[in-house]
Design a protein. Structure first.
Length: 256
């Protein structure tokens, strides 16, 4: 049960978990469709313009069945995309309410309903994350007022409820915020570019546990993979580089 060797860092996107979130129609699903052998668990319409493998998910039971089939491994998919995780959480809530014959989470009292929903949601998302496939969770974005010791400010976060959001952001390796970046064109007029933000900020949720990504990347999959793989290749080359032999003077230096 206990390990005898250390685990090695993952070097491919299909080994990692990611949360991709941002405004509607900015290109989140299109970006995810370029991932290696992607399977979409589609909890909402919106993939009609894309040629992808997709399984419609209309309720939590559908998601449970899809997870069971994915876990069997009788397929060639390498990346699982939940589009969107917001709807998946709502389906989880409906499932728990139906199971306990209540209309709302609060009907069980003392936070019990919310706890049951969050536990069930965490159980299934963790199961997906532990499978030997990449996992990408898609969410929308919203602005929220955050209270701090220095006052109140607006922060952009995924649209999941707070506890579910903390669960997901704590689980994933990458939090990728899809946004618009303004630059000045040659005619001095503003030019808007779709980008991904990868580093933490007081103004939005983002993060990169791999440490490979620049702070801002164009929102297209080839640009992302170029940045991701270049850093990985550099780290691998550095690790493989032989250590220099000690010089003669160093070798002759007496021990203290």
């Amino acid at each position: 049960m206990l390990p005898k060797t250390k685990s090695k860092p993952k070097h491919t996107l299909s080994d990692l978990t990611a949360l991709v979130y941002g405004p509607s129609k900015i290109g989140k699903s299109t970006w995810c469709s370029k991932a290696d052998d992607a399977l979409f668990l589609a909890t909402e319409p919106g993939l009609n313009a894309l040629e992808v493998f997709q399984t419609p998910i209309t309720c939590w039971d559908d998601l449970l069945q899809a997870c069971a089939e994915i876990a069997e491994g009788k397929h060639e998919f390498k990346t699982i995309v939940v589009d969107t995780v917001d709807n998946a959480y709502k389906m989880c809530s409906d499932y728990v309410c139906k199971k306990f014959k209540i209309e709302h989470e609060s009907d069980l009292g003392y936070g019990k309903g919310y706890a049951l929903i969050n536990n069930e949601f965490q159980r299934v998302i963790n199961k997906l994350a532990f499978l030997p496939y990449g996992l990408i969770l898609i969410s929308h974005s919203q602005e929220r007022d955050i209270e701090t010791r220095t006052g109140k400010h607006t922060r952009i976060v995924p649209t999941l409820p707070e506890k579910a959001r903390k669960l997901v952001t704590g689980l994933v390796d990458l939090i990728l915020f899809c946004d618009l970046d303004m630059k000045t064109g040659e005619d001095s007029k503003p030019v808007w570019q779709r980008v991904m933000r990868t580093k933490p900020s007081p103004n939005y949720d983002a993060g990169d546990r791999t440490g490979r990504l620049p702070e801002v990347i164009p929102l297209d999959f080839p640009s992302f993979m170029k940045a991701f793989n270049n850093t990985a290749a550099g780290a691998a080359a550095s690790a493989a580089r032989p250590k220099p032999e000690p010089t003669a003077s160093a070798a002759a230096k007496p021990q203290q």
